[in-house]
Design a protein around this ligand. Structure first.
Ligand code: HEC
Length: 156
């Protein structure tokens, strides 16, 4: 009886399964590449661009906490799919700050670079409270990565 109970707890941890384990598994999985959600995009790149892509993926680490980069989920910030060529404030249903909505900034490499190094400098009084990305190589890699993974427009 106690053995059955033991194996039950081992294999069916149920709601007690700690959420951080899911995070650990996801990070490990992204590391090995086999179940990387981007493995298809990545496999079409040259070896040099694959290295750039991987560096960009790492530079994007802080963005994940507030932005969905693979789907259309609204988190603290809007999802970034379909970003390039769009005017700031393009995600329907996201409660943007009036400053960002009125900015008329169009997202492309140059504007993103300026926004990431100094969000308040490009759009004063916007509500994105993230640390500036001061290293220009990290910004270039991140923008390269974003351009490849944000190709699909978010569903309306
Ligand atoms: C602490 C949360 C947070 C982090 C971290 C963060 N963002 Fe944001 N981001 C936001 C919020 C909130 C907004 C909307 C700001 C507003 O409405 O003024 C935003 C807006 C944006 C926009 C404008 C999108 C649009 O729909 O026009 C871009 C682009 C962006 N973030 C990119 C990034 C990138 C790239 C990173 C990682 C380097 C990042 N953000 C990190 C919260 C965050």
């Amino acid at each position: 009886m106690s053995l059955r109970l033991f194996s039950f707890t081992l294999f069916f941890p149920g709601p007690a399964f700690p959420g951080w384990m899911v995070g650990v598994c996801l990070v490990a999985c992204l590391g090995v590449g086999g179940c990387n959600p981007y493995s298809e995009i990545r496999s079409e790149l040259s070896p040099a661009d694959q290295m750039r892509f991987d560096r960009g993926l790492r530079s994007a680490t802080p963005c994940w906490s507030c932005h969905d980069l693979t789907g259309d989920a609204i988190k603290v910030g809007p999802p970034l799919l379909g970003l390039f060529g769009q005017q700031a404030g393009f995600v329907k249903g996201f409660p943007y700050s009036p400053a960002l909505r009125a900015s008329r900034v169009v997202w492309e490499s140059g504007t993103l670079d300026r926004f990431l190094v100094d969000p308040q400098g490009l759009i004063p009084r916007n509500r994105m409270l993230s640390a500036p990305l001061v290293d220009s190589q990290s910004r270039t890699d991140l923008i390269f990565f974003l351009r490849l993974v944000s190709g699909r427009a978010p569903a309306d």
